[in-house]
Design a protein around this ligand. Structure first.
Ligand code: GLU
Length: 415
């Protein structure tokens, strides 16, 4: 659907929604409302570097939709961050929260920076400057950020501190993904991977396959990829390949995952002995399950036809682009979309937020039990929405979230 010239709609979201034509009917107003973020904030951040010079960084916070509850979504540090990407990720967050049926909306933030090129003190000054700049539009019941690519509990702690200084009183629920010693939740650290593992277990039942002995290749060895390797290995899967941005390791008989994690120092896999595999090769390995857990647009028209996995579990956000998705679908690959597959992270973020607001903290077992219940229910809801698998799981997830968001919009009288 054509957008008006003055629109600041998210083109990628419009493209995703455009692909739903024939699956769910959307009026022009509904289409525009879903694809246009409610608020877009761009900030410039002067930061004093260790050598005394000042550098100006650019950051964003996009608030996609809050019909179902406060905006929610991570903050990403990466040199390739751009406004269209942040808008897309904010849009996906809203859909992710709706798939899980959480009372939250969608948001996302990012700073254009290669964090590896900064000292820790510079990174702290940048993180504080960013949060100070977005403080007027976030809040415990307004917009609740969290970690994303290249941000972690330490960064969340700096941001919480900066916000509370700005506000003048405690507000632990303004941000999630904090360390447990600073108001975080037990189980949040590995929740994205834990949720992904629960979803995979359900998907294997649907596909009439077994996890025990199934071969798995995982692209990305950050928080999501590493914990996924650890959990799936401990559940009896044969993890044959793992990689990070420098490349990866491959053993068709299964890698020694606990050994690799123990040796994974300074985020390097290249010091560990074993057969090498490139990131591109990893995606095309003859495996049962492929887990892209790094960045977006890894499986495209250029390589999708060579993917051999029967199941693709999207632990990263947007690892399969629209063209790649069509090719995988046509090949009969069972793709578990990001907004379901990696929703364990925001699910436990929601639990963390509830614990912060209540001041009462849960056991790790309770967190994982509630994660399992929530995500298995979401899986069943998505599967039902595929109408006997007439639609793909991605289409099912979109149908479910579109219905839920629009229902909330109608109830509010915005539509
Ligand atoms: N960045 C994560 C995601 O993309 C987590 C967001 C959150 O916990 O709010 O789902």
């Amino acid at each position: 659907m054509a957008q008006d010239n003055y629109s600041f709609a998210c083109d990628t979201a419009a493209k995703f929604l455009g692909k739903m034509e024939g699956k769910i009917a959307l009026s022009k107003a509904e289409f525009e409302l879903l694809s246009t973020p409610q608020r877009v904030l761009a900030v410039s951040l002067p930061v004093k570097m260790d050598d005394g010079t000042v550098r100006i960084f650019l950051g964003y916070r996009v608030q996609a939709n809050d019909a179902r509850g406060p905006f929610k979504g991570g903050i990403r540090y990466h040199q390739s961050v751009n406004l269209e990407e942040v808008k897309t990720l904010a849009f996906l967050m809203g859909f992710k929260c709706a798939v899980l049926d959480l009372p939250l909306g969608g948001g996302k933030g990012g700073i254009i920076v290669d964090p590896k090129a900064l000292s820790k003190a510079e990174l702290e000054r940048l993180s504080r400057a960013y949060f100070r700049s977005i403080a007027p539009v976030v809040g415990e019941r307004i917009d609740i950020p969290a970690p994303d690519v290249n941000t972690n509990g330490e960064v969340m702690s700096w941001m919480r501190d900066e916000y509370e200084k700005w506000l003048g009183k405690p507000a632990p629920g303004v941000i999630t993904g904090k360390p447990v010693s600073n108001g975080g939740s037990l189980g949040r650290e590995y929740s994205t991977s834990m949720g992904g593992a629960f979803v995979l277990r359900e998907a294997l039942k649907t596909a009439d396959m077994k996890l025990e002995g199934a071969s798995v290749a995982i692209q990305g060895f950050g928080n999501a990829g590493m914990h996924a390797a650890r959990i799936l290995h401990s559940w009896g899967a044969k993890v044959v390949a793992v990689s990070n941005s420098q490349g990866g390791l491959y053993d068709e008989n299964g890698l020694d995952i606990p050994g690799i994690i123990a040796q994974y120092e300074q985020k390097r896999l290249d010091g560990i002995e074993g057969k090498r595999v490139s990131n591109e090769e990893l995606l095309e390995l003859p495996v049962d399950i492929l887990v892209p857990a790094a960045l977006e647009n890894q499986i495209t028209a250029g390589n999708a036809s060579r993917v051999k996995a029967k199941i693709v579990l999207e632990l990263a956000n947007g690892p399969v682009d629209a063209e790649g998705d069509d090719i995988l679908h046509a090949k009969g690959v069972f793709v578990i979309p990001d907004i379901l597959a990696n929703s364990g992270g925001v699910c436990v973020s929601y639990f963390e937020w509830l614990q912060n607001l209540d001041g009462e903290y849960w056991t790790e077992a309770e967190v994982n039990k509630r994660l399992e219940e929530t995500i298995v229910k979401a899986y069943t809801g998505v599967l039902d929405a595929t109408n006997g698998r007439k639609h793909s799981m991605r289409q099912g997830a979109y149908i479910l979230s579109i219905k839920r968001i629009l229902e909330a919009e109608r109830r509010r009288g915005r539509l």
